[in-house]
Design a protein around this ligand. Structure first.
Ligand SMILES: [Zn+2]
Length: 297
């Protein structure tokens, strides 16, 4: 399988920028961890890919970007958080939800996500307050919704394409995304050429499957345009949960609840919502921790 990766390009006059990402392996891992239906895998995969593309603009070591999409559809809210290092973690509230596809070859993502709601983008740049942008959903298809977000919230006209191809056995065959943004005053002819190139291309997920090199696909997107590659990043699914981190959740339980669970099961099980990793806590893990935090006070 091809490595998950993202590349960035700029035309020679810095009027348009293009980000192209392949996310097949990491979307596969997310779908596998969350045991998604085919349509839920596509919805989750698109949000994950969007988060990675948007996070590619983060500068700080510890900056985080989160996309939250809730369209009041059967999928429930979908959340993906990515960082400046190309890692992402994500969840879909109802991973098993599915809908029959109405058009052959097209999963009913928009219907599964719904469009009665909002897309929120939360940028945590280490400042006192995170930056939060929120716009109404257009279609629940994610790409259109992101384009609308860029236009309304960041005043940047953008073309966004997100594609996830899922096999009948639920294997993710191909996934990725494309972002094209025009700088203010960008040349009309240049934009027309880009649009023409992209219209000529086949569906993004199919193009990614057939083209092992992202650079080759970039050449097709930029055909007839002088450009240079300005960035490249490897991408991964990676959660930031840990035994210690999830143990803090237990402090929200009352002593009575905790003892009841420990007596019944001998241990308490906590599952990370973002990666489905299961952690087990025995009485001594909790006691030891409690003593440690008591002495800290
Ligand atoms: Zn986790």
């Amino acid at each position: 399988m091809q490595k998950d990766q993202l590349i960035k390009a700029l035309d020679k006059n810095n009027q348009v920028r293009v980000i192209l990402a392949r996310t097949t392996a990491l979307v596969n891992e997310a779908a596998d961890r969350h045991k998604t239906s085919a349509t839920a895998a596509a919805a989750l995969g698109r949000v994950i890919t969007a988060a990675l593309i948007m996070a590619a603009d983060l500068k700080g070591e510890r900056d985080m970007l989160t996309i939250r999409i809730d369209g009041n559809g059967p999928a429930g809210p979908i959340i993906a958080s990515a960082d400046a290092h190309g890692t992402v973690r994500a969840l879909i509230s109802n991973p098993q939800a599915d809908l029959p596809s109405e058009q052959p070859g097209k999963l009913a993502v928009g219907e599964l996500v719904g469009k009665e709601g909002f897309v929120e983008v939360i940028k945590d740049l280490g400042l006192r307050q995170p930056f939060i942008g929120k716009v109404e959903l257009v279609s629940g298809e994610i790409a259109e919704d992101l384009a609308s977000y860029y236009l309304k919230s960041e005043q940047t006209p953008s073309l966004v394409a997100l594609g996830v191809m899922v096999a009948p056995d639920l294997q993710v065959i191909s996934a990725g995304g494309l972002l094209v943004q025009a700088m203010p005053g960008a040349d009309d002819e240049l934009l027309a050429q880009l649009e023409e190139n992209i219209t000529q291309m086949e569906k993004l997920s199919a193009a990614l499957e057939k083209t092992p090199q992202l650079e080759v696909l970039m050449e097709q997107i930029m055909k007839g345009i002088e450009y240079r590659l300005v960035g490249q990043q490897d991408l991964y699914f990676k959660c930031n949960c840990s035994f210690e981190r999830l143990r803090n959740i237990l402090s929200s339980l009352s002593e009575e609840e905790m003892n009841k669970m420990l007596n019944e099961e001998g241990q308490i099980e906590v599952v990370c919502n973002f990666c489905n990793e299961v952690y087990h806590y025995r009485a001594e893990d909790i006691l030891k921790h409690k003593k440690a935090s008591d002495t800290e006070v």
